[in-house]
Design a protein around this ligand. Sequence first.
Ligand SMILES: *Cc1c(COP(=O)(O)O)cnc(C)c1O
Length: 467
Amino acid sequence: MNPAEEVLAELRALRAADLPTHGARTLAYVYDSGLSGVDELAAEAHALAAHANGLDPTAFPSLLRLENDLVAATAELAGGTADTVGAVTSGGTESCLLAVLAARTGAPDVREPTMVLPETAHAAFHKAAHFFGVRAVSVPVDPVTFRADPAAMTAAMDEHTVLVVASAPSYAHGVLDPIAEIAAAASARGIRMHVDACIGGWVLPHLGVGPFGFDVPGVTSVSVDLHKYAYCPKGVSVLLHANAELRRGHYFASADWPGYTMLNTTVQSTRSGGPLASAWAVVRYIGAERYRRLALDARAAAEEIAAGIDKIGGLRVLGTPDSTLVALALDGTPGFDLFTVADEMSARNWYVQPQFAHGVSPANLHLTLSAANRGHERDFLADLEAAVGAARAAGPVSVDPQVLGFIAALDPAQLTSEQFAGLLAAAGLGDADGLPTRMAEVNTLLAAAPARLRERLLLEFLGQLHE
Ligand SMILES: *Cc1c(COP(=O)(O)O)cnc(C)c1O
């Protein structure tokens, strides 16, 4: 046995190497309300319910109550009606997966089912396509606004379509899709319409942006993550349906074994009460009025930062952000590299998230702003300007054009594991323990790789990390 203090010291030492979750310098993956007391409350609430099992709501009625409360609170923000129902899931991806599963199960007569989504839809839908055998029909978005194109989306709907998807807002650019037009077209064809409000659902109503939910005719399901702008610890999202009939397709029962009849509302069976209880406690503690202020603060930070970016020579904001997310790209050919800017920001203790070019979207850096960024916008902008200066001084990343050409022509289906290992080593990702601190060159090589090759290379890398 090891003394608890030693175990915790070891854990703290491990955690010290991570990106900070608080302090608002990590501008992806994490959300910081800046409020005191939230984490302590969440931790206590988590501990109170961590061993309780949501698998059987009759055995643990407290968890049923907590879940119904969270669904009701979320439905209120998403234009819910008396018929609205939902489920608490482990995260946005699970909510999106279940929306697709419910739609596919709900249309048993449709052979070769498809879902129509804007090319800016979250990758969770491609995961759902992969899991459930629903083909994703990805529709180009407007090249200036990065919003879904309702006419093109409508043209893509046919007798195979079991679900249409739009985002409120999209993760990559933070813009709201024209939900009403798309939902009307889906509804006219009897097709379900999912609004992915995973990242916006807890913010947009407070900003007066929308409607995006069930108050838009034709919307049949909505996903909202509580572990984003509800500032709850990770592991909680809500999937809402316009009525119970629409939800049935992701419920699952099996009496086909000698144990208990397994009844599940989500992907999980045993479900910890911990995340649920901590989310419930945080939502009650922060309360509607303070959530409104947090949303306004995050929005103000995003607006100030977006305006500041446009004033930095060589940079521009993609589209017009509607919420709290900003994507910044190069303006023209300014003679520096965006990936170097990301490295220079890391050197200044900021994490900004590189996004590779896709469809009409050029390579860019993603920023998720939260309430704690309010009041510190100038710190960020000053460091960004300095990072651009340093990137300019360094000049564009130089990678042998022959190497880039070689990578662009590779077919992942033809490569062996040894060849992948060789490629990773050549890209600087060969040693999982000694990752380069400057990623610009690696990112330049990855950017040159076709999407399928990049997926495969990074999966090989992931596998290597887990050896
Ligand atoms: C975060 C996000 C998701 C996926 O959520 P996870 O919690 O990361 O699984 C889906 N859609 C959008 C728009 C998101 O921002």
